[in-house]
Design a protein around this ligand. Sequence first.
Ligand code: FAD
Length: 285
Amino acid sequence: MKIKDILGQGKPTLSFEVFPPKTEDKYESVEKAAAEIAKLNPAFMSVTYGAGGGTSQYTVDIASTLHHEYQVTALAHLTCVSSTREKVHEVLEELKAAGIENVLALRGDIPKEGPVASDYRFASELIREIKACGDFCIGAACYPEGHVESVSKTIDMDYLKQKVEAGCDFVTTQMFFDNNILYNYLYRIREKGITVPVVAGIMPVTNVKQIIRSCQLSGTYLPSRFKSIVDRFGDNPAAMKQAGIAYATEQIIDLIANGVDAIHVYSMNKPDVAAKIKENLSEIL
Ligand code: FAD
């Protein structure tokens, strides 16, 4: 099923994300985690794409397993900044053959040594290419706090509009920890005339070091309420996990209460975290 049709049903949706392994010996454990999350019956599941594209086959294979063995709508991520046109076409053909209808089109992070053999500069170019290649439902990334390389939020929004005009059907946000940031962003997005569905990306924080580093890199704002939780429980993994799940659950409940119905949880290959969040929302979804 196409994700734009799932999002168009006018009711809250909960979806989850998994990332592929870096090496073959980890494939089985990632596939097992993906399968457990799939059994929670999410609206869809996304499978990320390893930077550089070296593990693209794993993305396709896990998406295909979700689709065929668990009947879960799969969203395969695809990055372009270190890719050739030929490689993009190869992956798209594999996705088509596997019956995957949804692709999240991304530029990807520019490697420190610069893009390798790239035929693309921006995600909008990839979106055009995917559109020309078949009948895919296309998603793109968006940044409520502005993309880290962007000169200003206004300019970043101009480029988001280019992605939508290039043919993307929905956008998924970068993680955020203060819902007011999303509400302001939604207001500005709609003012700009961008009408596609916005899927809110929620990160349940369980690994503090990893998240703090990734927030520093992406410029994500950490509210003081969030910092207090990290200060108090950061050294106790079990307590941090419980607090991180509770914080994410509260964020989701507030979003749904305010009409933001499409929720995507960055579940990071953790079925227990995904299951707990789903359970916490059992009367809401
Ligand atoms: P773009 O939309 O191309 O934007 C990149 C930068 O260029 C922005 O600063 C933008 O303002 C600017 N820009 C855009 N168009 C133009 C233009 N025409 N002229 C000048 N400037 C322009 N990374 C992975 O490696 N694998 C993944 O699976 C993955 N999944 C992600 C999922 C989500 C929901 C999000 C939010 C991010 C994900 N990322 C992933 C990270 C992403 O690849 C990086 O954030 C990357 O730096 C930007 O990708 P983009 O598609 O947003 O780029």
